[in-house]
Design a binder for this molecule. Sequence first.
Ligand SMILES: [Fe+2]
Length: 658
Amino acid sequence: MNDRASRRFPTIGTAFLFTIALLAAAHPSAQQAAQSSAPQAAPPPVPGQATATAIPSVVAGVTKTPQGGLMFQGKDQPPTLEAFRPPIWTLAQVLGSPRGTENGIAFDFGKPDFAGTLVFGLVPFHDTKYPQPVYRTSTPIAGGKAEINIKTSITDRYDMVGWQKSGSGVIGYRIISQTGGMIYDGRVRFRYAGTGLFEIDVTKFEGPFVGNIGPRQAVISFQLDRPAPCAVVVAERKIPCRDGETRQEITIDKLQPATAYAYTVQYGANAETYGFRTAPLPGARKPFVFAYASDSRGGQGGGERNFNGPNAYIVRRLMAVNASRGAAFMQFTGDLVSGYVTSPDQLIYELANWKRAIEPQAHWMPVYTGLGNHEAILREFSGAGARMARLARFPYATESSEAVFAQELVNPENGPASEDGAAYDPDPSAIDFPSYRRNVFWYQYDNVAMVVLNSNYWFTPSIALLPESGGNLHGYLMDQQIAWLGRTLDEIDRNKTIDHVFLTVHTPLFPNGGHVGDAMWYGGNNTPRATVAGTPLPRGIIERRDDLLALIQKHPKVLAVLTGDEHNYNRMRLDATVPIYPPNWDKPKMVLTRPFFQINNGAAGAPYYAQEQTPWSAAVSGFSTQHAICLFIVEGPKVRIETVNPETLEVIDRAVLR
Ligand SMILES: [Fe+2]
C-alpha cells in the first residue's frame, strides 16, 4: 500500500505528541482552515478537541480518556493513546501573509525555525495561454520571513508585464528549503502607486479550474485570498460569486454543445481570461481523445519530482501531453499526493501542490479525480507492546479523506450517498459513515461513460491486523457502492447515446506488480474484508472482486477497467482462458465469457514497482515502469489506446480495444 507511510510514523514519543494534543486549544476543521487561508498565517493546527469528538458507532474499541483525548484497545492488546502528527506545512503558512513594504513585499511563513530561499519573478498573462511565473531572482528566508525587493529586481528590462506603468502585477514565488526541498509555488498580486508602500491586491491564489463539462454547462472554480467582489463572464453573461466567500465554484449553464467559449474571471479590479469547450451532444459519435493516469505522489530524484505531495515534474509533463493531444478531459484515479496524514490541513496543503501542477492546462480542460489510499487522513493509536491502529479520521463529515477531497476537488455529485442504509448500518436513523459525495460518480462525454469508483472508501489501513476496530479494507467495495454500480450500469445500458463504458478504480482487480499482496487479491486470500464496529462483512475481498466481475460480465458496454495503485503501466485482456483463482478455491467461480480489458496506469510519478508472478501473468502485455499517460482515441464505434511517456514522448504501447 505504501512504504512512505511507515517512514512517516512519529519518531518522537507518543507521550510527547499526546501532551501536545492535550495542550491544544481548538483545531480548525478542514473547512475553517481552508477559508482562513489568507492574510494571517495561522499557527499550525493542533489536535485535541477530543472532548468534542463523537466516536462513530461504526468503530469499536475507541474510548475517551479521562483527560478528554482518545484511546484504542484491540483484542488482547494493551490500550494505546492517539498520536497526532502536526502538519509540516499548512496552506495558510505558505500563502505567506504578504504585506506591502516600501520596496516590495514582506512574507511571514509563520514558521520561525524555517530557513530557505524564496525565488520570485513576474507572471505574464498577456502573451500566453498558460501563464507561469518567470523566476528572476531569489532572496533568503530566515526565521520564516523574507522580503522581496521589486524595485531593484524586476524593473525596466525585466518588467515584461509593464507593472511600472500600470501600477499592478502578479508575483510568482517559490519556497525552497535549505536542503533543496520544494515547499510551495505561490502567487501574490500587488499594486503600486509610484510612491509610498506597495499594496497587496486581491489575489487569486488557486485556479481557475474548469470542471464538470457537459454539453450545456461547466463549472469554474478558484480561490481568492480574501472575500471580494468577483464573477465569471461567459458570452456576455456575468455570473456573480457567492458573497463573502474565498472559495468559489460557479456553474455556467445554458451553453451550446461542442462549442468553444472564452471565460473571464473578474476579481477585485482584475480579470483573467481562459477558455473551455463544451461536450458534444450525447451520442454525437464525433472523434475525441481523453486521458487517464493515477499515482502521482512524490517520487525520487529531488526537485519537482518530490513537491511535498505530488511528483509535480511528471504531472506537469503529462498535462502538457494532454493539451498537445487535444484531450477533452483527463481522468485521474487516486494517489494524487503522498498523504497518509493525521492532519486534514496537511492533506489540503499537499493537494494544493497537486492542483498547482495541473493548473496551467486545467484552466482549459477538466480533470476528474478519484480517491486512492494515499489520500488517507487517519487517527493513529500506538503504544508499547500493541499493534498500531490506523483508523479513518472522524468526524467523517469534516475531517475524513472523503470530506477534504470533496472540498478541494470538483467532481460530479451523482453517486450513492454513503454506506448508510446497508444491512450492516448500526443506526438507520443517523449518518454513521463517510460520504461518497464527489468520490463515487459517473459522467458522460459524447458516446463514452466513465464510472468512477472508490476502493479506498472509509479506508482503515490497520483493518486486516485489527479487524475488531471496524473500518474498510484497501481494495474493498462495500455493499451500497456495489448496489449503486449495478443500478448505474443498468441505466447506462438503456441509454442509447452511450457505446463505451469505462470503469475506473484505484486498486487493480488483477494486480501485477507492487500490490499482489493486497489490491483486490491479497495474494489469493479471501479472508480480508471490511468490518463494521468489529463485525466482519459476509463477503471476502476475492468474492467482492467477483461481484464486480459479475457486473462487468452483465453489462457488455463495459470495455475496460482503468486502475492504478501499482506504479507501472500494463494492459490485460481478460477472457475465459485466463486463470483468476487461487489453487484451492472452494467457492463459486466466475467464467469470463465476455472479454474486457484491465488497463493499469499508476505511472504518473510515484516510485515504480516491477512485475510479479500471478496466475494471470500470461495475459499481461505492455508492462513498463516508465512514466506514462494513456490516451484513449474514440472514433464512434472504435476505441484505441496510445500510451506515452510524458517525459520523452516515446509511445510505449498501442492497441485497438474495440
Ligand atoms: Fe495506491
